[in-house]
Design a protein around this ligand. Sequence first.
Ligand SMILES: Cc1cc2nc3c(=O)[nH]c(=O)nc-3n(C[C@H](O)[C@H](O)[C@H](O)COP(=O)(O)O)c2cc1C
Length: 356
Amino acid sequence: MPTLFDPIKIGSLNCPNRIWMAPLTRGRGTREHVPTELMATYYAQRASAGLILTEATGITVEGSGWPYAGGLWSAEQVQHWKTVTDAVHQAGGRIFAQLWHMGRVVHPSLHGVQPVSASATTAPGKAHTYEGKQPYVEARPLGLEEIPRLIGDYVTAARNAIDAGFDGVQLHAANGYLIDQFLRDGSNHRTDIYGGPIENRIRLLREVTEALIKTVGADRTAVRLSPNGDSQGVDDSNQDALFPAAAAALDALGIVFLELREPGPDGTFGKSDRPPVAPLIRKAFKGVLVLNSDYDFARGQAALASGAADAITYGRKFLANPDLPHRFAKGIPLNVDDPKTWYSQGPEGYITYPAA
Ligand SMILES: Cc1cc2nc3c(=O)[nH]c(=O)nc-3n(C[C@H](O)[C@H](O)[C@H](O)COP(=O)(O)O)c2cc1C
């Protein structure tokens, strides 16, 4: 069985290790969602990851609801992402862009656009906005006739990602965002071909993934799911049926890897008392399976040794330790992340964590 330090090939990309960087929103772009020089420095510092997954990156204004997050719909964004991908490649790294439509958790104060979702629902809690935290508003259900346009938005963003020099894209279908809002019956009350039975609720995931594959190739298309329990008020009455079916559909499409975020009952960023669906998904999905949430070095090694996973993504540990693989290899103590600078602007707590 492999260890975290063994290489793994995904598509035509050789990843030198299985210690990957999880997608992390950091809010260091401009108000127009354009990447900055700081972001090039931050990602290049972390180039020793087997693979970097970027922060969630908006595919359109409609899908973007996070202050200062990056986007991938304009020529200016593509040009500045190129600076980021060049810096990572020059530092010897590999980087996928995480494609994001937030659906009902887009707050209209950001761009004056009413949020869209599977159905007319309102997320619980409050949105991060430029004017502080504000309660979410009710989403407008996407019309059947709008779905081709939505898929086209993903395609444009994926094409832009490749033009910007990314090695591939990861569809963000996790954490209670748009695709997840369609997947789970707590937020999808549709009665058309995108609602009701499981095969209908996974249709959007399948169609978007298919379109991404046509655009950038199966060897450059990955997906992230978060199966076990509530995410931002999005939940399902039968996760053990839904998510293996979704994974089987992705398996049939031949995506390059599937990443699962599944916090446990003692999770330190999200908790769930529902068991992980990963063991069922491992049977339904034959490709490269990547696990996430609260992994340390020992748990990561154990997951690989038992055959439960092929690679592990580390979020907060990579945030605070630009040289995480080196620290793991040498047993060097880790820096601890400071949540106060997770989403703050500027260099502090972003590019200031020291390498050992
Ligand atoms: C500051 C911060 C930002 C995050 N942003 C994203 C994101 O943009 N996309 C995503 O899929 N998950 C995001 N997550 C979740 C992480 O990818 C990961 O699932 C979580 O941190 C648990 O992994 P860890 O225990 O290794 O940190 C974020 C987490 C944190 C702490």
